[in-house]
Design a protein around this ligand. Structure first.
Ligand code: PMP
Ligand code: GLN
Length: 394
């Protein structure tokens, strides 16, 4: 019998199974506390959940319009104006997607040609490298690394040097997974300068826009001078409304960029989640107090996690935003092998975390780093950090 040759496209060689699927399966198998994959363990606002149930009951169960239900597109436009002063035409400048993930894939597949280059900050959310690979393009990484103050930042000269004749776009994520960094206005200005000088598009993933701590402010790239016309902004409701399984996202920006991304997007899912779309519109229109409380609650969880990780002996980089805290494992595990550490952690301590090396184009930069999520109930976080403290006191 002739063996079947590996059917996987060369573009996805080496991608394997995502770390989130692997680590969440391990958590279930070992009954460990899952601080790996970032999903909350409590439900979101009742108004939003009730609106989805009502939508199903009232028959919003067929294909929504290609660009998404008008009421959600209007809510996205109103949200961008309310929070950031960005004006959008909901009919031509907003498209609803199957989560931010599909918006990212649509943008990359809709804008990149084979051999094009994408400047991207590493570490990065894992779908970025896969999306760029599917487009047969090349990721050119710029390193985010902690400075002496523990704050992640980049070297502007590395950013300038990363741009070549083949660069088509810069892919940005702020607030940032997995570092918890919020790009400052000055940092964004430096990136905008490079984009403008080299006539590049910026695709910006802002899914953690409302999960900010300690008074940090989210500055959307599209609000910087001369950037609106070259910026495609992506977000989703999974984090903001504790509905990661609904996969309702959106992209917004100037019509040519939205149209390019939508052209690819329409052949990925076409549309998704009809009854969740009006519910998301209700969420986006919730009172400011909801968003403030969301961030404050998560900040308390962050504080529990950071304090616990520090007392368990890790070098801990305090996040400014997001679900995630990164630690350097070397004080408790001199091998500094984060992947091996995470694979052994459920057996050793009954806790699951994610090795940051999967978020790097050059994994050696993240080998000793591991990510823990704080989007869990306080008793769950406390239990996890107790287990870690016990596991590493021996
Ligand atoms: N971007 C970043 C930075 C993320 O962390 C995630 C994961 N939640 C996504 C995009 C994907 O978002 P969604 O679940 O809306 O597809
Ligand atoms: N964004 C979440 C994380 O980084 C989960 C993503 C996923 O499961 N694909 O953990």
């Amino acid at each position: 019998m002739v063996a079947l040759t590996d059917p996987l496209t060369h573009k996805l060689a080496g991608f394997g199974t995502t770390i989130f699927a692997e680590m969440s399966a391990l958590a279930v198998e070992t009954a460990a506390v899952n601080l790996g994959q970032g999903f909350p363990d409590t439900d979101g606002p009742a108004e939003v959940l009730d609106a989805a149930v009502a939508a199903i009951r009232s028959g919003i169960n067929q294909y929504p319009p290609g660009p998404g239900l008008p009421e959600l597109r209007r809510a996205v436009a109103d949200h961008q104006r309310h929070w950031y002063g960005i004006d959008l035409d909901p009919d031509s400048e907003v498209v609803v997607t199957a989560g931010a993930t599909e918006a990212l894939a649509g943008a990359l597949l809709g804008m990149l040609d084979a051999g094009d280059e994408v400047v991207v900050f590493e570490p990065m959310y894992d779908s970025y490298q896969a999306g760029i690979a599917l487009a047969d393009a090349r990721a050119v990484p710029v390193l985010l690394a902690p400075g002496d103050d523990g704050r992640y930042t980049f070297d502007p000269s590395e950013l300038t040097a990363a741009v070549s004749e083949r660069t088509k776009l810069i892919l940005l994520n702020t607030p940032h997974n997995p570092t918890g960094k919020v790009f400052t206005r000055d940092e964004l200005q430096a990136i905008a300068r490079v984009a403008i000088d080299n006539d590049l598009i910026v695709v910006t993933d802002e899914v953690y826009e409302h999960l900010l701590f300690d008074g940090h402010r989210h500055v959307p790239m599209a609000t910087l001078p001369d950037m609106r016309e070259r910026t495609l902004t992506i977000s989703s409701g999974g984090k903001t409304f504790h509905t990661t399984g609904w996969k309702i996202g959106w992209m917004s920006g100037p019509e040519p960029l939205v149209t390019a991304a939508k052209t690819a997007k329409q052949f990925l899912t076409y549309v998704n989640g009809a009854p969740f779309q009006p519910a998301m519109a209700i969420g986006l229109r919730l009172h400011d107090a909801y968003f403030e409380e969301l961030a404050a609650t998560l900040q308390t969880a962050r504080d529990h996690l950071v304090a616990g990780l520090r007392s368990a002996g890790f070098v801990t980089f305090e996040p400014e935003a997001t679900y995630f805290t990164t630690v350097d494992i070397r004080p408790v595990d001199p091998s500094g092998d984060g992947m091996a550490f995470c694979r052994a952690l459920p057996e050793r301590c009954g806790v699951v975390a994610v090795p940051n090396e999967v978020f790097y184009a050059r994994p050696e930069h993240g080998r000793h780093l591991v990510r823990f999520a704080c989007c869990k109930r306080l008793d769950v976080i406390d239990e996890a950090v107790d287990r870690l403290a016990q596991g590493f006191s021996r």
